[in-house]
Write a protein of this length. Structure first.
Lengths: 213, 213
DNA sequence: TTTACTTTCAAACAGGCGTTTGATACGCTC
DNA sequence: GAGCGTATCAAACGCCTGTTTGAAAGTAAA
């Protein structure tokens, strides 16, 4: 072997640069809005590189997606071994960081959030491997908090309430920026948002469970 | 005059057909996803008709937008002369109907909801004439319920919580349909959703105001 | 150096897009 | 019916898109 294991060949470097550029551009402009030429330009690669390495723009998106950070988050949440309420707070906090923190390397989540709204060839994979498990995860957490005093449909709506509030801050960013141009999503602001959502939700579910008791 | 006031000329009919088709296609595919050719096909008009009547695709969107139903909703809400909590329920209910009910003629709201996520030449107008007033409207309502026990930032987040939960059902429709293919948004389901959001929210704001009292 | 293979490149391709054009048909006034 | 402004039409334009092509450059083993 010419190179040690950890040293990448020139080819592997190009591949990696393409994936990184793709994640940037996809999360900024969405799948449709992103162009192969822009991705190649940022990766300093030739315009044909995407098709050479990934077969197509669709293939590039499929490989650019990475569900590991989401799964790691869920794993860490279970491991935390806190009470269900505390774990819910933790989940919302970590999720908001993934969605809003620009310094966060897992922009994967931002790509996915973008694709939720309008279907992409990769949406089926996203739903199967990321959304569905996450809904089930949150569903269990809600059950642990509310017990069996709420119906299945109500539990689903509880999960939707959480995701809805969280995703709003990402989906509506263009609007929110027009309404409050000076507002920045630094860590302090993100934590305040996460706390608001968690507090709100816990109060709501308490109320709901009380009614049905 | 050849025609009575309420009888439209052939030209006006074409214009109207174009606007109706545009609202359909825009709300289904978004502004970017919609094509002028498809709109003309549905309106049974020539491909050049859009530019003839509206100058451009942008111009067509601008004229297709109609904020009247939203304003009428707010007006009716004030007129209802109910207690703030009841008015909030009413608002959420009406808003969800606009967002989800396919039979509802005001698909305008669905177009706007689509555009919130990724900027369009018309987004500035939408924010100025529809989103901003609605946020202010809801902000006042939240204040009436919570009093001055919550900060300005908290009030904003309360408004976001409502919009987030409502818009989720529209923005995430492609995903939700994959998770629960059999679920249909009939009037009964929409009312259940609206009630859930309202109950949840009122419990949350009660909790928040209590903390700060 | 020769050989075979991989990677890069500029250029072109095919298709869809919004838009423009110039001719044709229509509706109205005189 | 002549004349004129409006409305419709098929066709084409120019641009951008993802993708393909075939040659050139690079790489590594024999």
């Amino acid at each position: 072997m010419m190179s040690e294991i950890q040293i990448k060949t020139a080819s592997e470097q190009t591949r990696t640069r393409l994936l990184e550029a793709a994640r940037e551009v996809f999360s900024q402009h969405g799948f449709q809005g992103a162009t192969v030429r822009e991705i190649c330009r940022r990766a300093e690669a030739n315009g044909a590189a995407v098709n050479y390495y990934f077969g197509s723009k669709d293939g590039l998106l499929a490989e650019a997606l990475n569900f590991a950070p989401l799964k790691a988050m869920q794993k860490a949440n279970v491991k935390a071994d806190e009470c269900p309420r505390m774990r819910l707070r933790l989940f919302i906090h970590d999720f908001m960081l993934m969605l809003l923190d620009e310094k966060n390397p897992s922009s994967q989540c931002q790509i996915m959030a973008r694709e939720l709204a309008d279907p992409t060839p990769a949406l089926d994979k996203i739903v199967r491997e990321a959304v569905q498990p996450m809904h089930e995860f949150l569903g269990k957490l809600v059950r642990e908090i509310a017990g069996d005093r709420i119906s299945e449909a109500e539990m689903r709506r509880c999960v939707y309430s959480i995701f809805g509030q969280c995703l709003f801050y990402r989906h509506s960013q263009p609007v929110l920026h027009r309404l409050h141009p000076k507002l920045r999503y630094d860590h302090k602001e993100i934590e305040a948002i996460a706390e608001h959502i968690a507090e709100f939700f816990l109060a709501g579910i308490k109320h709901l469970a009380k009614d049905r008791a």
